[in-house]
Design a binder for this molecule. Sequence first.
Ligand SMILES: NC(=O)c1ccc[n+]([C@@H]2O[C@H](COP(=O)([O-])OP(=O)(O)OC[C@H]3O[C@@H](n4cnc5c(N)ncnc54)[C@H](O)[C@@H]3O)[C@@H](O)[C@H]2O)c1
Length: 389
Amino acid sequence: MTSPGPGGPTPLSIDPTCRIEFGPGRIGQLPALIAATGHDRAFVVTDHGLRAAGVLEPVLKALRAAGLEYAVYDEVAPNPSTANVDAGAARARTFGTAAVVALGGGSVLDAAKGISLLVGNPKATAADADELWEAADGLPLVAIPTTSGTGAETNGFGVIEDTTACRKVYIGHPSVKPRIALLDPELTLGLPAPATAATGIDALVHGIESLASRGANPVSTAYATQAVTMVSHALPAAYRDGADLDARAELMLGAHLAGQALSLSGLGLVHGIGHALTAHTGTPHGVALAAVLEEVMEFNAPAAQGPYEQVARAMRLAPPADGDWARAAIEAVREIAGAVDVKRPLRTLGADRGMLPAIAAGAVADAVTTNNPLSPDHTQVLDILTTTY
Ligand SMILES: NC(=O)c1ccc[n+]([C@@H]2O[C@H](COP(=O)([O-])OP(=O)(O)OC[C@H]3O[C@@H](n4cnc5c(N)ncnc54)[C@H](O)[C@@H]3O)[C@@H](O)[C@H]2O)c1
């Protein structure tokens, strides 16, 4: 596949991602999908919140009805740690060969990738993440996202906190890229409104940053454009009425497409700042992104007129009277963030002024920032943080 460019067609090499099974009630197909991985046993990875919300039990019921042997590890914590992944892997090794079924948000999906990989590498621990990229294969993974946000079902890495070394590690391997993404919007009907907002904004940012990324190509742009259309339309509706299945379905598929987009293009400075803010304050991922989204778009606008026009058109905005599509896109993003009540000043998120230089340094150093349309320096990021403080 090629795309026209000033220096001639740009070659592209794109691996297909996972098989997608999308639709309300699709969870009933789980036993057959596990069989499609070549296994007749399942190791289910999830968290306490999913159990308490009543999402886990119907899934286990479907496994029992099909006569599948299974075990459950439900101890995954938000922003999971290496210790968390090691504990899950110990349980999975005891259970033995099986398909790993990840039922949850990005935290569960990420932890499940690490657990699956460690089962294939019995002597390794999660802290060995940097060496595991070339290691033996992990167990096959079926990913069942229960938030519409991270798109973690589209890639083979997890972001894990190494609590001993105080750093984020990327644990991953091609073999733990989910074989199947089971996207059943009924599983998200009970997601509370604040979590719907935070995870949905994550998906919107994936679409916007993918369009403006230096790594964008015609395939990522196609995914990202459709993702922005679907997420910007469905997020306010799903926030207003969590039981609106049409909105939940559109949001879920949109978030998945945004994940496909970012896996091809990379992201940008909103994520660079978001990661650093979460590392310093523990702010949930989507809330951290929302805190700086419009301000980063203002900063990028001089170098992102075309992509932001694409964002505005994807949102089906009327042509602006002054022709300033980028401004129209930023205003529309502000309106969505307001409608889902997700934007907070940094000072209310546990950041104090003295932390801002370190957050700025973290954002500039983060690998995601290299794909931002403008390369920010420390002072420019500090300005953004001060404006949003
Ligand atoms: N691998 C990737 O590509 C990627 C991309 C972005 C973010 N991430 C990671 O994903 C994590 C964030 O994931 P997240 O935003 O999905 O949140 P999360 O997985 O931490 O879940 C947040 C809370 O929502 C609850 N929950 C989830 N689904 C629910 C449902 N349907 N009903 C009721 N409660 C439900 C969970 O129990 C949890 O308490 C971070 O660790 C981040 O680093 C990974």
